[in-house]
Design a protein around this ligand. Structure first.
Ligand code: SF4
Length: 176
């Protein structure tokens, strides 16, 4: 079975891609979300991810927080609307780290749970993934996980497992 590194944005969104990919790939989860404001919120979401890992019995790689680096990267785009240029930069930063770790660990495929979110543009996310796949000589698993009732299923599963559900995307600007 081919190995796949799945970038996960939170426990809730991770449920559906795990269900879909677990039988097809040798899955490892990857936590890299330097966008999250604040460090308390970051720890809260990560604690839920550790619960998820125990439920689905998958491996997890955790990258460090790097929030200052994230702030630097989105500088000048603070006032962009959600879904705009700041989000494209944010997606790229998280997916690029995923591709780098996949390459370093000899994992030929990578994917992301980001498209579970109803407001997340799968076309743009897949485009970023495909460009990075080319750059790092990897394969990106293109998907729109919210489709076919994927988002609805993520709600059901997060309720079943009693995961904490945040009410903002992650960064300080999405909190406003
Ligand atoms: S709204 Fe979400 S995707 Fe957009 S920049 Fe903020 S954390 Fe990233």
């Amino acid at each position: 079975m081919n190995k796949l590194l799945l970038h996960i944005c939170c426990a809730n969104c991770a449920t559906v891609p795990i269900e879909l990919l677990q039988g097809q790939f040798d899955l490892t989860l990857f936590w890299y979300n330097p966008n999250i404001q604040s460090s308390e919120e970051y720890e809260k979401r990560l604690a839920e991810v550790r619960k998820l890992v125990a439920i689905y019995k998958v491996d997890l790689l955790e990258e460090s927080y790097e929030n200052e680096k994230w702030q630097e990267v989105v500088k000048g785009k603070e006032n962009e609307k959600e879904g705009g240029e700041r989000c494209q930069i944010c997606f790229k930063m998280r997916l690029e780290k995923t591709a780098q770790i996949a390459q370093r660990c000899d994992i030929p495929y990578f994917a992301t749970s980001l498209t579970v979110g109803p407001s997340k543009n799968a076309v743009k996310i897949n485009q970023i993934g495909m460009e990075l796949a080319q750059k790092y000589d990897l394969n990106f698993f293109e998907a729109d996980f919210k489709k076919n009732d994927g988002f609805k299923r993520s709600l059901e599963l997060s309720k079943e497992y009693n995961f904490y559900r945040q009410n903002y995307c992650g960064c300080v600007y999405s909190k406003k």
